[in-house]
Design a binder for this molecule. Sequence first.
Ligand code: SF4
Length: 390
Amino acid sequence: MNTTSYKQYLSSCKKSIEEQKEVKELSFTKIDDVAYGVFRNINKVKKIASDIKTKFINNITDNLVKFDKIFTENGGNVHWCVAYNDFIDKFIRIIDKQKIKTVNVFDSNFIEELGLKGVLKNNEITVDNETNDVVVFTPKFGVINTGSLFFEFASSVDMEQVLSSRIKIFVLPINDFVLKPEDIEIFSYLYYIYKYKKDYPYLTSLYTPQPLEKQNNIHIFLIDNGRSNILENREIRSALNCINCDACKDVCPVYTAIGDEPYDNVFSGPYANVVLPFLENVENYKHICFSCTGCGNCSKVCPMNIPISEYIISNKNYFFEKKIMDITDARLAKSLGKTLSSRESMNKSRFIKNLRIKLLVNNSKNITDNIVFSKFTFNQQYQQSLEKNE
Ligand code: SF4
């Protein structure tokens, strides 16, 4: 693809691979060991978890309206935000109104996605991890039927700070919900096993605002930030079932070689290949799915049974069909496809094949330099072995 972002991406991949000191191991066995130690039938557990989440996602609007109603009745304030800047505007208004100059922001991937810390700095608001006056925190899940929030804490100090803070501000992507408190356990176990390869020993709390708590001091921001683009796209909708365990990264041969850097985003790895073009600008991220080798490890490991590998193929097709690729690149891909899938041309001599590929991609020296055709194709070697055995 002849786009600037793709070229940047490729050179960043190359740089990461060159700088890598040791090749990371893919961690299938470790995950399997722990998962089978905790659950007798992990496949059944994965199916149950995936069904629970799909039930929520398929009726997401009604479910979120229900959560809003209960949370508000219990004394909290619910703010719906389409994009991150919508959230930032509302957030700054609350902060300004209460003349707040210092907040305690707990780091999370979602806080990073929203770019909150940069915004606070620009608005001369100090981030202080000691204060428990105003706390910004990302719950693990919202619970629809009780209007509650499920928290996981790294330490008892964090727990104390969040639960005792005067003003509580929570941020949650619209897909991080379960329907009822009984659903929480299965997701917590799966998350911990697939993320940390350990059983489930950490600090949690189920929080429901109480009508006695002062109005205006508990806020939850329900933030879409591109997720409804995925919801609209039936072909990849179950990607919203993701519990952010990162297990797909641990088993991806491409990600373990290139790491986070080439993505230049809080999302990286196989899951990013599926969702980033829809969460962000398609133009800047349409190319990333083409780095996938199609090994299928990500789909195999995913605790939520998300067919990530199939979704990446679906993205590749989508970008071809919608002609989102540059016209020159689409032509090149077509010619390459024709050459590489023709038995006749692939059975030509190594010299002819190299020459043909160099002519086809003559504008991309780096690509042709790395292609080395073997002397005989598999088909030729097979024919030779048949002749030998006759
Ligand atoms: S796609 Fe699956 S494996 Fe990857 S982070 Fe999400 S839940 Fe985990």
